[in-house]
Design a protein around this ligand. Structure first.
Ligand code: SAM
Length: 239
């Protein structure tokens, strides 16, 4: 999904209104798409990052040697109170075991009046980067569990979670990225790696059903090369 999260990162960074001189935490950094943008805007000394997955921590640390990267989940952050000016989570809230607890922890480690910002793809509104995949999966299997019910994936839900976490002056926005795919195979190949709910679903099918899913996706998508627009719900609030 890096092909979508890389162009999304400057938009979330700008939406969070961070400024040079601030200390910022990237929660659920993965291999570092948002981390890279934060380093570009603020410099490596201003950026800390956490992720619960050891391979992602290693990848982010390798890409950004000057950034402090630690293994941790949002729900249990290894920092003292008010250690940061802002805490951001790009495409992470829907994976948190307890999203409100995760946002409360992000608020705890952020100073008073500091900013918490997050975004989640619009999985429920059919405008996420995986929408064609799930449309095809559901057409072939009505019991397929898509990502529309996940936290923050429907309009207004992230803001509800922010308010439940006690954040103030909660504001919502919509982020949108256009990604060009040179061929259908380039679009399909990441699903075969088994990453994320869509990848797990695709690789959990037998060869015949996976081929049916692939061919239905091909039918639903425009002829290559094609551009897909993906939308994310964004929310920011103050501690
Ligand atoms: C879709 S990736 C997003 C990675 C990165 N933020 C980006 O935009 O490319 C989701 C990330 O959330 C992490 N994650 C899952 N559960 C988490 C939790 N409870 N707290 C923090 N991060 C979590 C995963 O390990 C993964 O790196």
């Amino acid at each position: 999904m890096g092909r979508y999260s890389v162009p999304l990162a400057p938009q979330l960074a700008n939406f969070s209104m961070i400024t040079v001189g601030q200390q910022v935490l990237d929660v659920g950094c993965g291999p570092g798409a948002l981390t890279a943008e934060l380093v570009r805007q603020l410099g490596p000394d201003a950026v800390s990052a956490v992720d619960p997955s050891e391979p992602f921590v290693a990848a982010a640390q390798q890409r950004h040697p000057g950034v402090r990267v630690q293994r941790a989940a949002a729900e249990h952050l290894p920092f003292g109170d008010q250690a940061f000016d802002a805490a951001l989570a790009q495409l992470v809230v829907h994976f948190m075991t307890d999203p409100v607890a995760g946002l409360c922890e992000m608020a705890r480690v952020t100073r008073k009046n500091g900013v918490i910002a997050a975004c989640v793809w619009d999985h429920a509104g059919g405008q996420g980067p995986l929408s064609v995949f799930w449309e095809a999966a559901l057409e072939l299997d009505r019991d397929a569990e898509d990502e529309s019910q996940l936290a923050g994936a429907r309009e207004g839900h992230l803001a509800q979670l922010f308010r439940a976490a006690g954040l103030r002056e909660v504001e919502e926005g919509v982020l949108s990225v256009d990604v060009e795919h040179p061929s259908f195979e380039e679009w399909w190949e990441p699903f075969t790696l088994g990453v994320g709910p869509a990848g797990s679903y695709a690789t959990g099918l037998d060869a015949k059903r996976q081929a049916q899913l692939r061919e239905l996706c091909r039918e639903l998508l425009p002829a290559a090369p094609f551009v897909l627009t993906a939308r994310a719900w964004a929310t920011r609030g103050h501690v």
